[in-house]
Design a protein. Structure first.
Length: 394
């Protein structure tokens, strides 16, 4: 199929960017940000705010983000809204051309920032139609290219998209995680003051395994009362225990949990056997489930946005059983709820499609959630999970 010419409408005169799908479909637009081409998976995000946080979330490594909200870029960019300094989203697709920033916090504009970060943008597409395509056909492999002269080799771009293997089976955590230990210091953010720097004395010690974590997770652990040390994705059991943790946090991250789990799950199993308190978010939640004996699977379109309803289930919530939290999500894989062992209970489920969104391991201080209680962007409904974890560390 790589020799087949892509099917597409005639190129508009003002087209300076193009999306070429692995199935041969082509969509034209106007480029901004970095010049060049990149290959990855195209997903959509339903958030109406926080595009810079989305674009710097390491969980988006290997992916392009199609924003369903039409006006992206109008509040500019600033250093305080960056969630990770490593590789993250490859680029983005937006409906309207990016306008000049009109927010008092802006310190730069989105196209310039994306160019500096090597991220490709394409504007002028019907993002609702593109989102519908993803919902019907699944998240596709694509190449997005930006050339100010409007010159593209569609056949070569199609071959590149078609030959890209996709995220299933891909371990990306090692490419976005920290390479050495880091003593985390930043805490809660307030307007005009930035992030506070609380002292660590007398706080329970959380060692956070970094699989591609958002910085706001660490800030929320600090806000909940913890001292935080961040270690690389490939940190071993002995390395972690040498830091004398009161609890271990398993972070979010990109790629296939089964692939990252090849080296991470054995460590998590040993931590469970040693009765170390554990808390996992997103990829960390999935790998906690794998360590407990469950399985994970690639989702058809994934969950990405700041408005996902999740319900408390499992008969463990007392008066709040059945309560619905509005959550922030970003994942393309999920725990298969039908594979949970008898000693693992489902604590949360998605009200969109019923997929698993939380587990707890009976007899252990170990739990995880599929969504992002730290938000950024998103609602603050689920901060109690950080308080629950840190509060149980003594």
């Amino acid at each position: 199929m790589a020799d087949a010419a892509p099917s597409h409408a005639p190129k508009p005169k003002d087209a300076t960017a193009v999306i070429v799908f692995a199935d041969g479909h082509v969509a034209w637009g106007r480029g901004f940000g970095a010049v060049g081409e990149a290959v990855g998976e195209l997903c959509f995000n339903t958030s109406m705010t926080g595009y810079q946080e989305v674009m710097t979330d390491p969980s988006y490594a290997g992916q392009f983000v199609c924003f369903t909200f039409p006006h992206i870029g109008n509040v500019g960019t600033n250093p305080e809204d960056v969630e990770g300094l490593c590789d993250s989203a490859l680029g983005c697709v937006v409906r309207e051309d990016v306008t000049d920033p009109s927010n008092f916090r802006a310190m730069g504009d989105l196209p310039q920032w994306m160019a500096e970060k090597g991220k490709i943008g394409i504007a002028g597409l019907d993002t609702r139609a593109l989102t519908r395509r993803i919902r019907i056909l699944g998240a596709p492999n694509v190449v997005i290219a930006h050339n100010p002269e409007g010159n593209f080799d569609l056949k070569a771009l199609h071959a590149k998209a078609e030959q890209w293997p996709g995220l299933e089976g891909m371990d990306l955590a090692k490419t976005v995680a920290r390479s050495c230990h880091q003593d985390w210091t930043g805490g809660h953010w307030t307007l005009g003051e930035g992030y506070d720097q609380p002292g660590a004395e007398g706080r329970p010690h959380v060692v956070a395994m970094d699989f591609g974590a958002k910085d706001n997770i660490f800030r929320n652990l600090v806000k909940a009362g913890a001292k935080v040390t961040v270690v690389p994705a490939e940190a071993g059991y002995d390395d972690i225990m040498a830091l004398k943790p009161d609890g271990v946090f398993l972070s979010n991250g990109p790629g296939d949990p089964a692939a990252t789990g090849v080296y991470a799950v054995p460590v998590i199993k040993r931590l469970l056997d040693a009765d170390v308190p554990l808390f996992g978010i997103c990829l960390g939640h999935q790998m906690l489930a794998l360590a407990a004996g469950a399985k994970t699977a690639k989702m058809f379109q994934g969950h990405r946005g700041a408005n996902h309803p999740v319900q408390r289930v499992g008969g463990v919530w007392g008066e709040t059983e059945g309560l619905v939290e509005i959550t922030s999500m970003n994942h393309g894989f999920a725990v298969d709820g039908d594979t949970l062992p008898d000693n693992v209970i489902e604590t949360h489920k998605s009200l969109f499609d019923g997929t698993n969104c939380g587990i707890a391991i009976l007899g252990k201080k170990a739990f995880g959630v599929q969504y992002h209680p730290e938000a950024s962007p998103g609602p603050q409904d689920s901060f109690y999970l950080f308080e629950k974890f840190v509060g149980e560390l003594g």
